[in-house]
Design a protein around this ligand. Structure first.
Ligand SMILES: Cc1cc2nc3c(=O)[nH]c(=O)nc-3n(C[C@H](O)[C@H](O)[C@H](O)COP(=O)(O)OP(=O)(O)OC[C@H]3O[C@@H](n4cnc5c(N)ncnc54)[C@H](O)[C@@H]3O)c2cc1C
Length: 440
């Protein structure tokens, strides 16, 4: 080690993928100087901007991340976008190692006719809108509609259907954007269709999330019993079979529910895929083709039907985008890497590495493995490290947001909260920066 003593690592992205790399480095390579750089002034990625506002318990993982960010030799450098404010090549000059953990936030496209019509949104945009993400606060979805279609049967689809069905009273203890809950409440929305291409056994939602749909204050969740098998088909390993059996049991319970008594109805349907979005300029209906599952694969039957609707939210996964000339796997929507190694001294972690699947916890093991790898790879003369980044940001008159700044933003948000709510989130970066100036 040099006189500076310690290696320096830049982590691009402060979501779970990046935070677990930082945590692992703090534990396994104490003294490493770690800068966690994020384009937003607010840390923790989808924990703030993706996880549903009525799932505050899930967001509590941020306490552990905050501990990491407050560790010695660790800094949060928010409000700095790599690839825009500072290039990857510059980071490589400054730090011994760069870990890319900038997520996979670009919605997959349906690839069907009419999908650019007004009223069709990807889940990242729609979820970002109700979660106060600065990039989506102006999405302005028209909810003056009587029916919505949510494409997909994973947990993100369940989140969207549930948030569209919640009452203001149910949302009182959440941090949903005020503009969103007001618009959702004012909406004449009656039916929310949630549709999967394959069957109930193949659906990706988990039982806990599914069960919540049956417990809503002013919405009923129904499913057609004719689409449910009597039992989980044979041939699955015992653990999967148990998981699927519980889901099937919940679905059977939902199939007995009677719609009509409550304001909204969530209608879960299987075996159908979208083939066209219909309408003049706005979406007026979606054309679906019935499917069947053959050897786990979804096959169209040629039989179509239309669902009139004024809103479509696609929850069909998302992808990353390449950065600064890095090799990119277009099919999987991730950066090209080998076990996390992108090129000498550059690594990938989180959804950018694995694609947009799995839970927050999935990132932990994976990011720890990446950290082990990069620690083992440390070699050569140490590079200048964090001070050189500060000099560059200063030259460019950029305004980085430190973790102390973030704690101030957090304090202001918590103070502004209405009774019972954890916080009233800022939705604009300029407002956050202005509040910081004022608080100085
Ligand atoms: C809608 C939704 C709900 C979810 N709910 C749950 C849940 O309830 N429970 C659960 O276990 N999992 C949930 N997940 C999954 C979980 O959020 C992911 O596993 C996790 O966030 C992936 O972490 P990541 O760090 O790879 O990406 P992200 O969390 O997306 O973090 C990426 C970070 O990189 C930053 N960034 C992007 N580009 C740049 C750049 N150029 N320069 C600097 N910074 C940049 C972003 O601002 C962001 O902070 C959900 C996912 C979604 C989409």
């Amino acid at each position: 080690m040099s006189e500076r003593g310690n290696r320096s690592v830049a982590i691009v992205g402060s979501g779970p993928g990046g935070m677990y790399v930082a945590q692992a480095l703090v534990e396994k390579a104490p003294g490493t100087r770690i800068d966690i750089i994020d384009k937003l002034p607010t840390p923790f990625g989808l924990i703030r901007g993706g996880v549903a506002p009525d799932h505050q318990h899930t967001k509590r993982v941020d306490k552990k991340y905050a501990e990491t960010a407050l560790s010695e030799n660790v800094r949060f450098v928010g409000n700095v976008e790599i690839g825009v404010d500072v290039s990857l090549a510059e980071l490589e000059e400054i730090y011994d190692t760069v870990v890319l953990a900038y997520g996979a936030p670009y919605d997959n496209r349906l690839g069907i006719l009419g999908e650019d019509r007004e009223g069709v949104f990807g889940s990242n945009a729609f979820v970002g809108w109700y979660n106060c993400h600065p990039e989506f606060r102006d999405l302005d979805p028209d909810l003056n509609v009587s029916a919505a279609v949510v494409i997909g049967v994973g947990n993100v689809a369940v989140d969207v259907a549930r948030v569209l069905s919640r009452t203001p009273a149910e949302m009182k203890t959440t941090d949903i954007a005020r503009y969103a809950i007001e618009r959702i409440d004012a909406s004449p929305l009656g039916d929310i269709h949630m549709i999967g291409r394959r069957g109930p056994i193949e659906a990706a939602f988990t039982n806990t999330e599914l069960k919540e749909l049956g417990e809503l204050e002013d919405a009923t969740c129904v499913v057609d019993a004719a689409q449910l098998p009597d039992e989980v088909p044979a041939g699955m390993d015992e653990r999967d079979r148990k998981v699927k059996a519980r889901i099937l049991e919940t679905l059977k319970g939902l199939s007995k529910a009677e719609p009509g008594a409550k304001r909204r109805t969530i209608r879960i349907a299987f075996y159908a895929m979208p083939v066209e979005i219909l309408g003049a300029s706005r979406v007026e209906a979606i054309r679906m083709e019935r499917t069947r599952v053959e050897d786990g694969r979804c096959v169209g039957t040629g039989e179509t039907y239309d669902i009139p609707c004024g809103l479509v939210v696609t929850c069909i996964g998302s992808r990353a985008r390449p950065m600064d000339g890095l090799a990119f796997d277009e099919r999987r929507g991730i950066v090209v890497h080998e076990d996390g190694r992108v090129k000498p001294r550059v690594y990938a972690a989180g959804w950018l590495k694995r694609g947009a699947v799995g839970t927050i916890g999935t990132n932990r093991l994976d990011s720890y493995a990446v950290a082990e790898l990069l620690i083992g790879d440390f070699a050569g003369a140490p590079r200048p490290g964090p001070e050189a980044l500060d000099a560059l940001l200063g030259e460019r008159r950029l305004r980085p947001v430190s973790f102390a700044d973030w704690l101030e933003i957090k304090r202001i948000e918590e103070e502004a909260a209405t009774e019972g709510a954890p916080r009233a989130k800022f939705t604009a970066v300029d407002d956050m920066l202005a509040a910081l100036e004022k608080a100085r």
